[in-house]
Design a protein. Structure first.
Length: 291
């Protein structure tokens, strides 16, 4: 048996699992099959020479493919979900029973359609497939803490708490708006009130370089503590505007309408506990931005 044939055989042993992941994210059998096939093609192009955990690697790839599909939909309901759990793809009765026991029927899929792409991927991977937030974070392009927040919001929606979810979003808009106003006005006391004492600012390499060119002191790939973070933003962010970042309230610097830097926030108990600054063009392009 050739190496390619062995690789194909290993993939086939995991196809049912990958199909389940894709279907839960996309709610469409045909799209799920397409996502699995794209994952297979990527595996064949890459090979497995340095992959320690093939199942984990393939799950990550199919999740990324699904996330791209979800972000590419013009409407959250553009693609109708399959209407009958009996029609779910399953290679054997055991797999079918697992699908039913996971309650992935039309009702759940309809609820999942109301989530943002990042919420849906985070919730499905963590709650249905027990994948850690450390593993989910690079898939959705967020920190583990932000991925946890996305999954938590998705979970509340699935459990039938849309009002709470909307209240969370309204509160987040209020806090992000207050942070922007305090930053622009240079109100240090208000900044401290909005930031958690243990707040963390994380910036990707491109963001650190961009901020350095603007002669802003104290910025590094990671800055901890509200005093340090407040000093970085006091009297700045004048060109920023509030935006939706994968459904969350954030900030974007978009001169000429072109987003250059995106700021993503994680809140706990009404305070900002994490700020992510993203300036890498590929990461920005992968975000669902509305501003």
């Amino acid at each position: 048996m050739t190496g390619t044939e062995i690789l194909a055989e290993r993939f086939e042993a995991l196809r049912s699992h990958l199909r389940s992941v894709a279907y839960r994210m996309l709610g469409s059998q045909s799209e799920a099959e397409d996502a699995v096939q794209e994952t297979y093609l990527r595996l064949m192009r890459r090979g497995t020479s340095d992959i320690d955990n093939l199942a984990g690697w393939l799950t990550t790839i199919v999740a990324r493919v699904c996330l791209d599909v979800l972000r590419g939909r013009k409407s959250r309901r553009e693609v109708p979900v399959d209407a009958d759990v009996e029609a779910l793809p399953a290679t054997d009765e055991l797999e079918r029973e697992r699908l039913i026991s996971d309650s992935v029927g039309v009702a759940m899929l309809i609820v999942l359609e109301t989530l943002t792409p990042a919420e849906r991927v985070s919730f499905v991977l963590h709650d249905l497939f027990n994948i850690s937030f450390e593993e989910i974070a690079p898939i959705v392009g967020r920190s583990p803490m932000a991925a946890r927040q996305l999954a938590s919001r998705g979970r509340r929606r699935v459990q039938g708490a849309p009002v709470s979810g909307e209240a969370d979003r309204a509160r987040q808009r209020e806090v992000v708006g207050a942070f922007l106003a305090a930053s622009q006005s240079g109100n240090y006391r208000e900044l401290l009130a909005i930031l958690d004492p243990d707040v963390v600012l994380r910036a990707d390499t491109a963001a650190v370089e961009a901020i350095a060119r603007a002669n802003v002191p104290g910025v590094a790939s990671e800055v901890r503590g509200r005093d340090s973070v407040a000093n970085i933003f006091r009297g700045r962010a004048r060109a920023a505007q509030v935006a939706l970042v994968d459904g969350d309230s954030g900030l974007v610097f978009a001169p000429g309408g072109q987003p250059r830097v995106v700021m993503d926030f994680v809140l706990e108990n009404g305070r900002i506990v994490e700020i992510s600054m993203i300036a890498n063009p590929e990461r920005i392009a992968a975000l669902d931005l509305k501003f």
